[in-house]
Design a protein around this ligand. Structure first.
Ligand code: FES
Length: 101
């Protein structure tokens, strides 16, 4: 069974990060360091708060954990990060691929 989900046409995302919902789960679609794409789950790993965006980073308003907007690493709590899912571009469309990790 293929584990991938259509996200949308690349052209629909003028600037990233962009909020998307994939398989009923909220994510931020971001650019990776190498120019590819990645999904960062928009649910806080602490206690499930909604992860929002401000000036070049993500944050959770419940207890103010903050996260890097490229790799989702937590900036103020060691060894924590947002859950990730890979994303790929094919023929002008973006797909979420593989498992959440
Ligand atoms: S639930 Fe996000 S910081 Fe506590």
């Amino acid at each position: 069974m293929s584990n991938e989900t259509f996200i949308g046409p690349v052209d629909a995302f003028g600037s990233l990060p962009a909020f998307v919902e994939v398989d009923g789960t909220p994510y931020w679609l971001v650019r990776r360091e190498d120019g590819g794409y990645r999904l960062l789950m928009a649910l806080c790993p602490h206690a499930g708060g909604e992860v929002l965006r401000t000036d070049g980073m993500f944050y959770c308003p419940l207890h103010f954990w903050t996260f890097d907007e490229t790799d989702g690493v937590c900036l103020n709590v060691r060894d924590e990060r947002l859950a990730r899912r890979d994303a790929e571009e094919r023929d002008g469309s973006l797909y979420a691929v593989g498992p959440v990790y």
